[in-house]
Design a binder for this molecule. Structure first.
Ligand SMILES: [Zn+2]
Length: 233
């Protein structure tokens, strides 16, 4: 096997490895960072807090209504007990009961409003919960597909790495060093085929002389335009 063919083969392996590794990191990103799920979870958490706060507010109002009601009962008990003979004091007590009742009415109105709001917001919370559950289900299904693909890719990468090590072991070290330097400088592609009298990487038309040269087994021929190693096949 010629050195130039081995370089070409190495290039094929490296290109497959590049592709597999790039897909693998994309899969890891997709698995770790799902924006739909995060958004749905955030909406649910925020709404849950709204509902908990409203529940607290309602309990406080209920407590106030109870207190107000027992205050009124106390006053009325005294008012109708017959113990108070002073008309001025009776009038005062009557006024106080009226005032307490007015305030009770206000509290009860607030309580009703609060109950209605709580009901509405709880419904919204249920909707968010439902949405979150369905997104979770989708994400888990999709993730299990991603995980399957990830396992396959990891196996594929392992296989390619073994193949690569074998390919490199039979390469002349100066060719390999050259290959690495060009690959680094030229976006991962160091070796390219000659096809239709052109460089397949940059499309430049090649002279007959260069094409002849690119078919020689153990010397490197470079594309005059992009500087990559040409493989004439
Ligand atoms: Zn080129």
């Amino acid at each position: 096997m010629s050195q130039i063919f081995k370089l070409y083969r190495l290039q094929q392996i490296d290109s497959q490895l590049d592709q597999a590794r790039s897909r693998l990191s994309e899969l890891v990103r997709l698995l770790e960072n799902d924006s739909d799920l995060r958004q749905a979870q955030e909406n649910f958490d925020r709404q849950e807090k709204v509902v908990r706060d409203l529940e607290k507010q309602l309990r406080l109002l209920e407590h106030n209504v109870e207190q107000q009601t027992s205050k009124i009962q106390e006053c009325e008990t005294e008012l109708y007990s017959g113990r108070i003979k002073n008309p001025k004091r009776l009038k005062e007590l009557e006024d106080e009961v009226k005032a307490l009742k007015r305030h009770l009415q206000l509290l009860e109105e607030r309580q009703l409003e609060s109950m209605l709001t709580l009901e509405e917001e709880t419904q919204v919370l249920h909707d968010f919960q439902h949405h979150l559950n369905s997104i979770k289900q989708n994400v888990y299904q999709r993730n299990s597909r991603y995980l399957g693909e990830k396992t396959e890719l990891e196996k594929e990468i392992q296989r390619l790495e073994n193949e690569r090590a074998l390919a490199v072991s039979s390469l002349a070290s100066e060719f390999y060093a050259r290959y690495l330097a060009i690959r680094e400088a030229k976006k991962g592609i160091a070796v390219c085929r000659v096809q239709d009298r052109s460089c397949t990487a940059c499309g430049t038309t090649l002279t007959g002389g260069l094409i002849q040269e690119s078919r020689l087994p153990d010397r490197l021929t470079y594309c005059p335009s992009c500087g990559r190693i040409l493989y004439g096949g």
